[in-house]
Write a new protein. Sequence first.
Length: 315
Amino acid sequence: MTTREVEHEITIAAPAEAVYRLLADVENWPRIFPPTIFADRLEGGETEERIRIWATANGEAKNWTSRRILDPRGLVITFRQEVSAPPVAAMGGTWIIEPAGESAARVRLLHDYRAIDDDPAGLAWIDEAVDRNSRTELASLKTNVEFAHAAREITFSFEDTVRIDGSAKDVYDFINDAHLWSERLPHVASVRCEEEYPGLQTLEMDTRAKDGSTHTTKSYRVCFPHRKIAYKQVTLPALMNLHTGYWTFTEDADGVSASSQHTVVLNTDNITRILGPDAGIPEARAYVQSALSTNSRATLGHAKDYAEARRNHAD
């Protein structure tokens, strides 16, 4: 079997320890790395963990589980995929963060991998995916660490919650069945939803704004019946550099708490063009939150009507 070994590196203007901390917290990866849709820590302690990652590779959405060994003293993170996605037969590697002075770090990303059945076309596909994703990940890591202070000001999260006298399954089904949204949601003009793998959706929508205009969005969604749907939007409006979020459904004796959470990084370059010469970050935050909350609350409201009607019909 042919094992390929490759290395990519970049220098980052930030202390090595800060870079390590960012890499070590896998739940932040959708905000740091463009290919990552969602990442979850399944189990583990301080030095070893098992994680699951959903990400795009060459435009296709994939998911896999990996084990990681964390060495905060040596600033090294070793990873090995437990279950790889075809055409990958095996994949592993190492993050090595080396101090380059007090306020800079050299980051090396090593990969080793094999293709299923040693297939040359499969190996070429992996070569391209690893090279593209490694370059993208390192460039994004550099950007995110170096602009961490500014990003704190332009990164924000918020959540909307409604109480529903229904079952978590019915509320989840309404959000999960996005292919029906153009029939069920007035603000959705058209929708295209594909589920190539169970629980992993590609969702494209034409959404109506308050002024009657429509805009197209594309998101990848990871679905966990009947408790959570996480997503990452990959076509972004002019005021956003990043938009991730999740829907959660928590059932108790009195019904369901259904929530929509958003995390946004503003695109400050477009604020005055979109909102006028006097607008700044506070106005952009308010505008984006209002737009996203309006759609989330509308969707949750229709999910509430759907779930409560089903409960009443069952009664």
